[in-house]
Ligand binder design. Structure first.
Ligand code: CTP
Length: 405
């Protein structure tokens, strides 16, 4: 329920993607938002007001002169207590009107009438690739960005008209993620954050390997929280079943050696490195290139192991390292072991958890340990914990900046 108590105006303009507005309305409600749908006349050609009314639980507005509004000023009544207006899909025509302040129907008028300091405006363009790439549209988009409007997407891909390219509306889930992010403080704006997540998979032969039960959820939650806070995020991930958080660049790896290589390639430009991955300590010294066959009646052959590089320690040892944060998954003596890791790896912060309780769970209790403090982050969903960790990191980055000035 990331949008609980939020009042959202969902504006729908004319375009084939308007059918996805029904799904979007539903997703917004699932997150706890109150949704007021407002349609343009063209939108009504593509989607029925009855569907939107059923999904939002409110009558849909489309007329500047709607007699249901007591004082006859629907554009004021609908925009005044909104926390955000999301226009999805936003047609080329609507973007052009917005860029020039034109208001000739209810939606364009209420957008212009919104209180900018309390009501954010987000638009999700949807149009044919040629319309999107046209100089006039691009000029309008630049103007909207300068005016503080958040432009979501558009995505690339196959289009309803049969052509391919930029202009597809983002998926409803992506728009919801962007809206949730819009309400988060931008405490990492412009920072580059590098994160490892998930387990590693160390091949023994082409079908078998050494791995562990890390789900990747905590690392992915941190990637999402850092992105929401305005950072440019790269996630180097071992094999997990999770989708990359919207807006986060993911590099997929298998073994620790590959993860190490990818991390070192990015570490120089990172402001923050968060090592969440459960990296296997050992790998098969000489993985077989063909499937190892069992020999009936004989003992299994020994499996010689080699030690994997410590990725976190090697980043912390760089000449100009990013701010480094590690995790410690412990069965016992949490704080003591976390402090030992803080010193051994030379990092700024260690987040410790009780491993048996944390593995695969959606909510965890964490302990944040740094050189001078120990702070418990009480039981909460991993995304909430991730936002707390991001806040702690932002605070330390600011202190670091001050001390170097
Ligand atoms: N880490 C790493 N590279 C490794 C091993 C660990 O980057 N080869 C990182 C993890 O991502 C985590 C922290 O180091 O941030 C965990 O430290 P580690 O000492 O490996 O923890 P455990 O594997 O739990 O160690 P131990 O078995 O000694 O408790």
């Amino acid at each position: 329920m990331e949008l609980a108590g939020r009042k959202i105006v969902l504006g729908i303009t004319g375009g084939i993607a308007a059918y996805k507005a029904c799904e979007l309305a539903r997703r917004l409600r699932e997150q706890g938002a109150e949704v007021q749908a407002v349609m343009t006349a063209s939108a009504r050609q593509f989607v029925g007001a009855a569907s939107l009314q059923a999904l939002t639980g409110r009558p849909v507005f489309d007329d500047l002169w709607d007699a249901r509004v007591p004082d006859g000023m629907a554009h004021i009544a609908l925009s005044r207590d909104a926390d955000a207006i999301v226009v999805a899909p936003a047609s080329a025509n609507f973007l052009a009107k917005l860029a020039h302040g034109l208001c000739d129907d209810l939606l364009s008028t209420l957008v212009l009438a919104r209180r900018r300091e309390q009501c954010q405006l987000l638009v999700a363009p949807a149009m044919n690739v040629e319309m999107w790439e046209q100089a006039a549209t691009q000029r309008n988009v630049v103007q909207l960005l300068l005016d503080g409007v958040q432009v979501l997407g558009p995505a690339q891909g196959d289009q309803a008209c049969g052509e391919t390219g930029a202009g597809r509306m983002l998926e409803p889930d992506e728009i919801v993620a962007d809206l949730i992010a819009a309400f988060q403080p931008k405490i990492l704006r412009g920072r580059r954050v590098l994160i490892t997540a998930g387990p590693t998979f160390e091949a023994i032969d082409p079908v078998r390997g050494i791995t562990n039960r890390s789900s990747g959820k905590m690392g992915y939650a941190l990637a999402r929280a850092a992105h929401e806070a305005g950072a440019v995020v790269t996630l180097v991930s071992g094999p997990t079943g999770l989708a990359a958080p919207h807006g986060v660049a993911r590099i997929d790896v298998d073994g620790a050696a590959q993860m190490h290589e990818q991390v070192l390639a990015q570490a120089d430009t990172a402001d923050v490195f968060i090592a969440v991955a459960a990296v296997a300590d050992w790998r098969a010294a000489e993985p077989s290139t063909t499937k190892i066959k069992k020999q009936p009646g004989t003992q299994p052959a020994p499996l010689p192991l080699a030690t994997n590089p410590d990725i976190l320690a090697s980043v912390a040892a760089l000449p100009a390292p990013p701010l480094c944060v590690g995790f410690a998954a412990e069965s016992e003596r949490l704080v003591e072991n976390a402090r030992a890791k803080l010193a051994a790896k030379g990092v700024t912060m260690i987040i410790a958890n009780q491993v048996e309780a944390a593995l695969g769970a959606d909510a965890v209790e964490l302990v944040l340990v740094d050189a001078s403090t120990t702070r418990t982050l009480p039981m909460a969903p991993k995304l909430k914990q991730a936002r707390r960790i991001v806040a702690a990191i932002a605070q330390r980055l600011d202190t670091r900046m001050e001390s170097t000035q």
